[in-house]
Design a protein around this ligand. Structure first.
Ligand SMILES: [Fe+2]
Length: 340
C-alpha cells in the first residue's frame, strides 16, 4: 500500500493520483530522484517516487507537444533541478527564520552566487543593489526569493555550445524580463509585476535545452543570425535544423521543472503568431512575445526583431512610434544604472 502524504501547513492528505491532480500542482523530479509538488495552500512538499507511481512529466505536456517529444525524446537530456532548490522553496514557504535560510544558502555557494546575480537583476527596475542573501530575504521577501531561486537554478545549467554563450543569452533574457515588467507598469497592463518579469526572463529557456541537447545545430543558428546581412531569425532557422523549436523545447523543460502554468504558456506561445493578440485585452504571452523582440532593439540587434509582433502590440495599445522610442529610452536609462 502506498503511504499517504500530508501537507504540514494545511493538513491536506494526498493519497492517490486524483488528490494530487486536484489539490496539487507544479510536479517535478529533482536530481536526487525525489518528487516535489505544491499543495493548493501554496506550500512546497516532498514525496518519494514510490508514492507517486502515476507521475510522468510527459503527461503534463499538451497532446501535440507530447507526440512530437515521443519522437526525439531519447536524444534530449532535460537537466534536473537540484534538490536544494526544493528544500529552499520549502523553507521559504514555511516562515523559517532568516538565519536558517542564510545557513542553507551558505552550504551552496554556487547557487548563492547565482541567486545574488538574479536578485540584482530583479531589482534593476527599482535601482537597488542587493549585496547579500540576508539582504535579499529581507528586502525582496520570501515569496519573490522563491522565484529568484528557481530562475537562478536554471541559469546554472551549462551550455555545450562553443559560440552561443550562456552569459550573452542570460543578459538578453534579463533585459526581456526587465522590459516586460517596465511595459506592464508604464502601459498599466495590470499584471502582477513578478509574472511579466519571470516570463520575460524565461521565454527563451528552450534555447538552454537547445544549447545542451543540440550544441552543433545551436551554434550554427547563432552564427547565421549573427550576420545581419543574412536577415534570418532564430525560430526560422531552427525549423530547418532541429526536431523542435525553442518554444516547444522550452515547454517540455518547463513541464519537467514544474513551472507554474502562466510561465509554461508564455514560453510555448511567444512566437505563435496564430494565437498571439487574439484576445480583447493584452495577454501575458502577448506582452512577453513583445518584450523578447524589444530586447533585440534594446541591444541594437535591429535585424533580429520580428516587427509583426511589435506592431500588433503597439496597435492594440495605441502606442505610436514616438511613444515607443521614448519608452525604450527611459527603459535604457533605468536599466543601465543598476544591472550589468
Ligand atoms: Fe524566442
Amino acid at each position: 500500500l502506498v503511504q499517504a502524504k500530508e501537507c504540514g501547513k494545511c493538513r491536506r492528505i494526498f493519497r492517490g493520483e486524483n488528490d494530487f491532480l486536484t489539490h496539487g500542482d507544479r510536479f517535478r523530479i529533482c536530481n536526487r530522484g525525489f518528487f516535489w509538488f505544491n499543495c493548493s495552500c501554496g506550500s512546497t512538499l516532498l514525496a518519494k517516487r514510490e508514492q507517486v507511481p502515476w507521475y510522468s512529466p510527459d503527461a503534463q505536456l499538451r497532446p501535440g507537444t507530447r507526440k512530437l517529444y515521443e519522437v526525439f525524446k531519447g536524444k534530449v537530456e532535460i537537466p534536473l533541478v537540484s534538490s536544494t532548490v526544493g528544500e529552499l522553496h520549502q523553507m521559504l514557504g514555511s516562515d523559517a527564520p532568516v538565519e536558517a535560510i542564510v545557513k542553507k544558502f551558505k552550504d551552496e555557494p554556487m547557487l548563492s552566487a547565482a541567486v545574488l546575480i538574479v536578485a540584482n537583476q530583479r531589482k534593476a527596475f527599482e535601482q537597488q543593489a542587493i549585496d547579500s542573501i540576508k539582504h535579499a530575504l529581507i528586502f525582496v521577501g520570501y515569496v519573490e526569493v522563491q522565484d529568484i531561486v528557481m530562475l537562478a537554478s536554471v541559469t546554472m545549467f551549462q551550455f555545450k555550445t562553443k559560440f552561443f554563450a550562456m552569459k550573452d543569452f542570460w543578459r538578453e533574457s534579463y533585459i526581456s524580463g526587465f522590459l516586460a515588467e517596465f511595459f506592464n507598469d508604464r502601459l498599466a497592463l495590470g499584471f502582477d509585476p513578478d509574472q511579466p518579469y519571470l516570463a520575460g526572463c524565461l521565454s527563451n529557456v528552450g534555447k538552454v535545452i537547445s544549447a545542451i541537447a543540440f550544441p552543433k545545430e545551436t551554434d550554427e543558428i547563432f552564427a547565421r543570425i549573427s550576420q545581419p546581412k543574412n536577415n534570418e531569425k532564430w525560430h526560422g532557422i531552427e525549423r530547418e535544423l532541429l526536431p523542435a523549436g525553442h518554444s516547444t523545447l522550452g515547454e517540455i523543460a518547463a513541464a519537467h521543472w514544474g513551472f507554474p502554468k502562466y510561465l509554461v504558456d508564455a514560453i510555448s506561445e511567444h512566437h505563435n503568431r496564430n494565437d498571439l493578440f487574439r484576445a480583447v485585452k493584452i495577454t501575458l504571452p502577448d506582452l512577453v512575445a513583445t518584450s523578447t523582440q524589444l530586447a533585440h532593439r534594446f541591444l541594437g540587434n535591429i535585424h533580429l526583431i520580428d516587427n509583426g509582433i511589435v506592431n500588433s502590440f503597439m496597435k492594440k495599445l495605441n502606442v505610436d512610434d514616438d511613444r515607443l522610442t521614448d519608452l525604450m529610452k527611459e527603459a535604457a536609462d533605468i536599466y543601465r544604472k543598476c544591472a550589468v
